[in-house]
Design a protein around this ligand. Structure first.
Ligand code: COA
Length: 180
């Protein structure tokens, strides 16, 4: 079975789309998600620099691991060979959560890894009885917006010129989780 080229979007319908969907779900099923360790930070920083024009510093990721704040989720997705291909950072404070960072390595996108990481964060929020999760996303980031929309996030506002490099508005998205 042919794996999609890095960055290629699998068609949504038809025989090719079905094959691509199988590849996608197979990759995601083989991937595992675990807490990030100090030894993951180089790879995470590499993915971060490839994913964002205004990346978080390596020190910021290191701090997350070292400080080990129980309110913070910093998880990585790994392939069976151990290679880290994505990560998610979220924080949960009282009944509110925020997804602060989420990225997948360009060569591993469109294979369900982003979904795996997002679902992990949402499930963690549920287990901590968080009622609402917020996040910000670039106005032009259609891929991330589609991912969040498919998990029930809705746009509730816009922060004008929120991002740098390039300057761009942020959409504020919210997911309300049903109570117990
Ligand atoms: C956004 C991102 C994390 C998605 O990760 P991914 O592993 O490719 O996502 P998945 O394979 O799980 O795709 C899940 C859904 O996201 C959406 N999606 C993903 N890539 C897409 C693209 N290029 N165009 C449109 N929708 C896309 C689709 O709704 C997709 O569902 P589908 O496959 O049923 O169509 C990834 O593209 C990425 O790292 N981007 C750069 C960093 C970033 O923008 N992070 C989010 C910051 S708010």
């Amino acid at each position: 079975m042919n794996m999609p080229e890095p960055g290629q979007r699998a068609p949504g319908r038809g025989p090719d789309g079905e094959a691509a969907a199988r590849v996608r779900s197979a990759t995601a099923q083989l991937a595992t998600v675990r807490a990030a360790m100090l030894t993951d930070v180089s790879r995470v920083s590499e993915i971060e620099r490839e994913a964002f024009s205004d990346p978080w510093s390596r020190a910021a990721f290191e701090r997350l691991v070292v400080e080990h704040d129980p309110r913070v989720l910093f998880d990585v997705a790994c392939l069976p060979d151990g290679k880290v291909v994505g990560y998610v950072v979220a924080w949960f404070i009282m009944d509110e959560g925020e997804i602060a960072n989420l990225a997948v390595a360009p060569g591993s996108r469109s294979r369900g890894i982003g979904t795996l990481l997002l679902v992990r964060a949402i499930n963690m929020a549920r287990s901590r009885e968080v009622g609402t999760i917020y996040l910000e996303v670039r106005d032009s980031n259609a891929a991330a917006q589609a991912l969040y929309a498919s998990h029930g996030f809705q746009e509730i506002g816009r922060r004008r010129r929120y991002y740098r490099r390039p300057v761009e508005d942020a959409l504020v998205l919210r997911l309300v989780l049903p109570g117990p």
